[in-house]
Design a protein around this ligand. Structure first.
Ligand SMILES: *[C@@H]1O[C@H](CO)[C@@H](O)[C@H](O)[C@H]1NC(C)=O
Length: 498
């Protein structure tokens, strides 16, 4: 009897004790189970033969839900099957033009529009890598970005960017680049209409053998980040990285019933790797917008029954700055995912727009480590844990801001900071957490590598970010050092888009 009451009492008290002393026990438990499940899925996909690439996930979706809406853009709507066929047409048109061989790189210079996605799919089907140029660059920067992928011989641009291409077309012609524009009518002799060519091409599948030589280490996408030196660097996203990117939205609870609002540029990590890849993985619908608009944001969310939104930096503050409306809480958005949300804006955003789960995360385009704040702690970029650190070894080390380098002890090694103190985030480069670096830029790549960190000969990725871990195991972004400018670049892009 005594035992029974102890047991019963335990059943009631245990959860109370857990809640009191380990308030995040269940959230941690759920997150880690999910993390392991995703890793297992990733590993088993990596074992499949023939190779299973991100493109193959898209093809699985075409098979599984051909008629489901994949992309909505302005007045256009495309199902998964439509996207498959459109991309087949583009792929067949490019094949007929004989300008690309499997393994080549093509450069996309496009605005957010369905053709961006179709072109990427087409190039993936042809076994080609794809460089995603920032659509706001012009002239010298445009040429510099193009040259980051030295062997690129094809440029595909949006109709709206034709003038920008014309400005540099002489330089491109000298380098023997074939220029395609996604426009029906073109008067120029040195540019070809890909839209017309695609319309005249068949929508039959492209042979798989074209991708036979693609491996997990092949570059899939190049995404540009800029440094203080001004010239852009192209971060190499390998096929493995793309396969891992599929999981970002799925691991945050997004499923095929969700509708994702993609307003951030597709040429950046948030739009492409998180939004687009997230929809490919989950089979959800993308509401694609040419650019972010604070004034139309919620109306569009209501019209399209959006459930998931993305943000970077100041995006949510722009929403908070719009005039208040009685309908502010009238929408179906349940999840906001992104990075750079300040705690004051976070609080205001929730007060004003109602209960929306916010998943703030920390990651960089080229980096090999990420954190997710799955517990909703305002201001934190993630939560640290033994398991996560075991899988992805990292440390916060002492940093000398005067000399702009990590502090070294008498043995020449770095020094980990204690909990509660700010340090430079470094993460070990491993098979599970590789660092590939920048295209054609060994000097910048080497700058991100840090050697002899905790023992002689070890190798870490230098994030260039200062972070702090508190006593509740939350991790906070503090500052950025040296050459890392990516977030600011994204922010200025957003300003340009407004
Ligand atoms: C794959 O590589 C082999 C050997 O280098 C080559 O002969 C073949 O043409 C390549 N296939 C494709 C589709 O590029």
């Amino acid at each position: 009897m005594f035992l029974l009451s102890v047991l019963l009492g335990g059943l009631i008290i245990c959860p109370l004790i857990l809640r009191l002393f380990f308030p995040y026990f269940w959230t941690d438990f759920v997150y880690h189970t999910e993390l392991l499940r995703i890793l297992l899925k990733f590993v088993s996909r990596r074992r499949r033969r023939p190779l299973f690439l991100a493109l193959d996930r898209f093809l699985e979706q075409v098979e599984a839900r051909p008629n489901k809406t994949f992309i909505v853009f302005e007045n256009e709507r495309y199902s998964f099957r439509d996207a498959d066929r459109e991309s087949n047409r583009i792929a067949n048109a490019l094949r007929a033009a004989s300008v690309l061989n499997p393994g080549d790189t093509a450069v996309l210079f496009m605005l957010n529009e369905p053709a961006f996605i179709f072109c990427w799919l087409a190039l993936a089907k042809l076994g080609c890598a794809c460089a995603l140029l920032n659509s706001s660059i012009r002239a010298r920067s445009l040429i510099a970005s193009f040259r980051c992928c030295r062997d690129a011989k094809v440029l595909i641009a949006s109709e709206a960017l034709r003038r920008a291409v014309e400005e540099v077309s002489e330089d491109l012609q000298q380098e023997d680049v074939s220029i395609f524009i996604m426009a029906e009518e073109l008067k120029s002799s040195h540019m070809r209409s890909l839209t017309r060519a695609a319309q005249e091409s068949s929508d039959t599948d492209v042979p798989r053998t074209l991708r036979a030589n693609v491996t997990f280490t092949s570059p899939a996408v190049y995404i540009y980040t800029s440094g203080t030196t001004g010239l852009p660097k192209a971060a190499v996203i390998t096929q493995t990285r793309l396969l891992a990117a599929l999981a970002v939205l799925a691991s945050n609870g997004v499923t095929d019933t969700d509708v994702i609002y993609v307003t951030l540029p597709l040429y950046h990590t948030a739009g492409f790797l998180v939004g687009f890849m997230g929809s490919v993985e989950t089979g959800s619908t993308i509401i694609l917008r040419r650019k972010f608009s604070a004034s139309q944001f919620w109306d569009e969310c209501r019209t399209h029954e959006v459930t998931v939104i993305q943000y970077i930096g100041e995006v949510l503050r722009y929403l908070c700055n719009t005039p208040k409306s009685e309908r502010d809480k009238e929408h179906g958005v349940r999840l906001a995912i992104g990075n750079g949300l300040r705690p004051d804006v976070w609080r205001e955003f929730l007060q004003r727009f109602g209960h929306i789960e916010v998943r703030e995360f920390y990651a960089s385009t080229e980096g090999n480590l990420g954190f997710v704040n799955y517990a909703g702690k305002m201001g934190a970029v993630g939560r640290v844990s033994w398991l996560h650190k075991k899988l992805f070894p990292y440390a916060l080390i002492q940093y000398d801001t005067e000399r702009d380098e990590p502090v070294r002890n008498s043995r020449g090694l770095c020094v980990e900071v204690p909990k509660g103190q700010t340090g430079l985030l470094v993460s070990r480069i491993t098979g599970l957490a590789p660092f590939v670096g920048y295209a054609q830029n060994e000097a910048q790549t080497e700058k991100k590598r840090l050697r002899d960190v905790f023992k002689s000969g070890d190798l870490y990725f230098n994030s260039g970010d200062l972070l702090k871990i508190d006593h509740d195991s939350f991790i906070y972004f503090q500052d950025r050092v040296g050459d890392t400018f990516r977030c600011f670049q994204q922010l200025s892009d957003i300003r340009l888009l407004k």
